[in-house]
Design a protein around this ligand. Sequence first.
Ligand SMILES: [Zn+2]
Length: 465
Amino acid sequence: MHEDRFFPSDPVQRQIARRLYGEIKDLPIVSPHGHTDPRWYADNIAFTDPAELFLIPDHYLFRMLYSQGVLLENLGIPRIDGGSVEGDSRKIWRLFAEHYHFFRGTPSRMWFEHALYFLFGLDRRLDPANADELYDRIMETLARPEFRVRALFERFNIEVIATTGSPLDPLEHHRAIAASGWRGRVIPAFRPDLLTDPDFAGFQGNVVRLGEITGENTASWEGYLRALAARRRFFKERGGTSTDHGHPSAVTADLDSSACRALFDKALQGVLSRDETELFRGQMLTEMVRMSLEDGLVIQIHPGAYRSHNASLFRKFGHDKGADIPTRTDYVRALKPLLDRFGNESCLTVILFTLDETSYSRELAPLAGHYPILRLGPPWWFFDSPEGMMRYKRLVVETAGFYNTVGFNDDTRAFLSIPARHDMARRIDSAFLAELVSRHQLDEDEAAEVAVDLTYRLVKQAYKL
Ligand SMILES: [Zn+2]
């Protein structure tokens, strides 16, 4: 772990980057969007072994191994049909060690080594010869009380973390965390895709269930909307400040209520065409923003993933197995109905993400650099990487400035990677700002202020934390 990692190699810029990073490296972590399991914090769990900790929950890691011919069964990834998979954690770890060179040059490798070094005190590169020894060292460390999840949360200096839940989620873990007296702030984000996307498996049953939970008649369009609004209020009572929408595209719609009723009826009957399904999802984005006028929740749109592209892998292992592939995504036309209605609201915030980097300079930065309602989320998923972050800054900042972005968020399921990801983002911010300072485009005192804004202040402001 070189202390100048990710900094420019130019000596002038490097000195500036070091100074800027020094100002932000110890700021608290604000993690406004992610997918860690709230049960971990409620039960204050201990992670059991290195494979369960690093590999099995992390599709960044096993997708790479799979791409080189390693079977998911041999990595202990559970099968949908309950068929047998490798259960020996040490064997899985050895397999990982054997193929560790596949991760050269990837951010996964940098996150992994950050955790090995700062948490487990291990500064050697994993290889087949030391795999067993590292395994034993990690096992010993995991057994200690300071490795329970709440102690790590405090050690990571996490000020607040958001988890993601569906409107059907009773949020019992969040209630338990609040009731436990522990001071860690874990809040839910409202992710209604299973009720707003008719393509979601079980959509009709989910709508019925929503009616049971809320006491609304969700067989009617108006009752369905009231029920969703009620669940949003419930999330807000549990501390939530945002919603999140993972639609295939950024399409929005603003239809009259009779057209909405007709679409909703067809959705319940399961007879929507492809185009109508897209239109329904688009209408629901607009409805979600309309509801934000009432409850103030910040809207996040995460479009553009072709989910579970590998059909046979999906049949065997289900969603989130590293087979989600980015697609081209249009924003300018897709968001027009939403922006025509709400684009000039300066007290609402819609945060846009993308998996289509070509849209940053062509569409997203100009949109966010104009409409008061819009902000740009940080580089996401495949682009949460040193080069991805640098490209983002080069494509976005000149048009949208820093202040139409929302700083960093880690969007992770892998708890131990959180400090590594935030540290990487802080270093890349420092590196980019150092370039501007060295070229006399920005004074260093301003750059220092921007660094704090990107790490901390903008994140809290955008997500109302
Ligand atoms: Zn996410």
